[in-house]
Design a protein around this ligand. Sequence first.
Ligand code: KIV
Length: 271
Amino acid sequence: MAYAAIAMLQLTPPKIRDFKKQGRKIVALTAYDYPSAKILDAMGVDLLLVGDSLGNVVQGKPTTLSVTLEQIIYHSEMVARAAQNAMVVVDMPFPYCQLGKDEALFAGAKILKETLAGAVKFEGGEHRAKSIAALVEAGIPVLAHCGLRPQEIRQTGGYFVQRQKDQLLRDIRAVEQAGAFAVVLECLEMELAKIATQAVSIPTIGIGSGPYCDGQILVLHDIIGYTAEPTVSLRHVKQYVDLHAVMSNAVQQYVEEVQSGKFPAEEHSFR
Ligand code: KIV
């Protein structure tokens, strides 16, 4: 019965691949906890990514490098338990994409074993395609991640717009060949993202890569303005609400009302 329920409701790699043939855009956002995952799932987001951006937006770290496998599993378990329709994808944290196929298999299997997630995300192209193939062969669906790869920040020295056409095309063809069901394209020059999208049969899901990808992904905290500091505008992001301001106002009122004795009123008290 449980198998039947999963097969009917949740998005699977074949269904995501079919979206490209149907010309249906894929909608993806990051999620790190149960209530936000519930809301995203109910609002029709196709793919919930427990990204290692967890390090930046939840833990307040400067890069994604310190996020551990245990931490990502802790958050993924909550997100995957909340999702009824969406596919939950879990980032393979540094350095599980970099250490070869045995480490990749260890992390990928642990993620699927300890959460209800449907797939892992893997940063890397041509040079890491063997690890992707090993994961897929083991029954662990892979969303590949090419273009800007934040886990290589120490090597590259910054988050730059990607314009290297030949390498990018080699990367996305290699991950397609290795069996990835889709590929995230991060921070590509818009025309390059268009060429890349036409070059492969698997869907491309862009972040900061313009309108011609088969789908879009953004960090949830960026589109709702749930940030530690008042929101700084990022070129690739559209902010739909300013939660930093909304939350600051609400908490400020609470502080004032407790200090002045206005809260709790009798109506908030038990008799
Ligand atoms: O970690 C992350 O959130 C990502 C994105 C693609 C947004 O890799």
